[in-house]
Design a protein around this ligand. Structure first.
Ligand SMILES: Nc1ncnc2c1ncn2[C@@H]1O[C@H](COP(=O)(O)OP(=O)(O)OP(=O)(O)O)[C@@H](O)[C@H]1O
Length: 441
């Protein structure tokens, strides 16, 4: 078992100086994991600490935290308790709420790798649980042995994923370790426990290799998922790279469109939409025209939009966008997209005129704002200009506006105030809004 953990660390590139934190529940799996990591620490040279999440749900919660603290004190491993508030209104019930709170707390621990005690029986359970909910290939890949760090969270390691629960238990007994039992693990009202205590034992009675074979299937699904991600990446390139041409996306076969959107949503950390919702959204988006831009909710808190030939996904709640001062950067973030500022001769906004302003700010429109697009034309209300240009209502509050002090000088999709337009031989700057362009930026 020690060799398996050492191999996992090696493969993940854990070496001297890496900061590891053991996610310590106090159950046998993570207690064994902590003991194994503690043994490997001098040899590999990583630093080791442990964290226990106190959900406050069980009357025994504090006793578990104390037991974890005692383990760590014995081994000389720095230890912390993370107290979390579990959302009672979570749509997935108390188990899912506790899991979400736990992962969010562990993600905030400043370390390179958070190390979990999941084993092969957990993997088999996870696969069955997800298949019974109609998982796709990504879901059926279940848990990975290592997941690289992402902005704002450490990498994740599961060095015991190839080990059977019985083997871990045997090791713990041989080493005379002590651990706590979570009484809720026996509660058959929880679907996971039903799988663990009833379904898997029946399966194993009929198919003795059920657990390792299910785990092998997960590895196969993970491989297939990798290929689907490769395909999505190629399709993303064909569709324009970071910003997608709606016609290119909608020209792909429906399963490839769906694969592409799922891939990007995963990149954003969004939950996968249901197959039905995604297919229905794609069907509707195919009917979008310049005169009829569309925004279709995917049912997972995200929406897919088509506007002026561009297709992107964004959070449903993403209605307010943060104002930012522009100090000459080549691009500024704007919601899930960007505003780029491209220099050129005789194009866009006059640099000289812009320099006259004290502050240039990229912000949303303000009520009652007016814009004069050409000399001799009236200063029209932006609302009217939006109507005339076919900008849909859902987009108007998110359209970036460049303000020179109190005057709007550029409005995405509408144009430039003639007072700030660049003369033909003058240095200019042309802002360009790229919705959805921040993925992979
Ligand atoms: N309260 C906790 N504090 C710290 N780590 C925990 C806690 N509960 C679970 N873990 C970590 O997660 C691993 C898996 O635990 P368990 O099987 O109970 O969770 P799960 O809900 O099935 O998994 P997951 O949370 O990954 O979905 C443990 O071995 C441990 O490393």
């Amino acid at each position: 078992m020690l060799a398996a953990v050492a191999q996992c660390l090696r493969r993940a590139g854990v070496g001297a100086g890496a900061r590891l934190c053991c996610a310590l529940s106090g159950g046998v799996d993570s207690v064994v994991l902590l003991a194994l990591l503690h043994r490997l620490r001098p040899e590999v040279g990583f630093s080791l600490e442990a964290a226990h999440v106190h959900h406050g749900l069980s009357p025994n919660a504090s006793a578990w935290a104390d037991a974890c603290e005692a383990h760590c004190a014995r081994l000389g491993v720095p230890f912390q308790v993370l107290r979390v508030a579990v959302d009672p209104a979570h749509s997935g019930g108390p188990e899912a709420a506790a899991r979400a709170a736990r992962h969010a707390a562990l993600d905030r621990v400043p370390c390179d790798w958070m190390v979990f005690g999941h084993h092969q029986d957990d993997q088999a359970e996870t696969l069955l649980f997800r298949l019974l909910r109609g998982a796709g290939v990504a879901g059926a890949a279940a848990m990975a042995v290592s997941v690289a760090a992402a902005p704002g969270r450490p990498g994740r390691l599961r060095p015991l994923l190839g080990q059977r629960r019985a083997g871990i238990l045997e090791w713990a007994r041989r080493e005379a370790l002590s651990w706590v039992e979570d009484e809720s693990n026996a509660d058959l009202r929880f679907a996971r426990n039903m799988l663990r205590h009833r379904v898997l034992p029946s399966l194993e009675a009929a198919f003795p290799s059920a657990v390792p074979m299910l785990a092998r299937a997960c590895a196969n699904f993970a491989e297939a998922e990798g290929l689907l991600a490769d395909l999505a990446e190629l399709d993303a390139q064909t569709c324009g790279g970071r910003i997608w041409r709606a016609s290119s996306v909608l020209g792909l076969s429906v399963p490839r469109q769906a694969n592409l959107l799922r891939w990007r949503l995963r990149e954003y950390g969004a939950q996968a939409p249901s197959r039905g919702r995604l297919e229905e959204a794609l069907r509707q988006l195919a009917t979008a025209t310049d005169a009829r831009p569309l925004r279709v909710a995917l049912g997972n808190g995200w929406a897919c939009c088509v506007y002026r030939g561009v297709l992107w996904v964004e959070g449903v709640e993403e209605v307010s966008v943060q104002a930012r001062e522009w100090r000459g950067e080549a691009a500024l973030p704007w919601g899930s997209g960007l505003v780029r500022f491209e220099c050129g001769l005789g194009v866009g906004l006059s640099r000289v005129r812009l320099q006259e302003a004290e502050r240039l700010v990229l912000a949303a429109r303000a009520p009652g704002v007016r814009l004069q697009l050409a000399p001799g034309r009236p200063r029209q209300l932006l609302r009217k200009l939006c109507q005339a240009a076919g900008v849909p209502a859902w987009l108007r509050d998110r359209m970036p506006v460049l303000w020179a002090d109190d005057a709007p000088v550029w409005v995405a999709g509408i144009g430039i105030a003639c007072s700030h337009a660049c003369a033909p031989d003058e240095a200019g700057v042309m802002p360009r809004w790229e919705p959805g362009a921040r993925a992979g930026a």
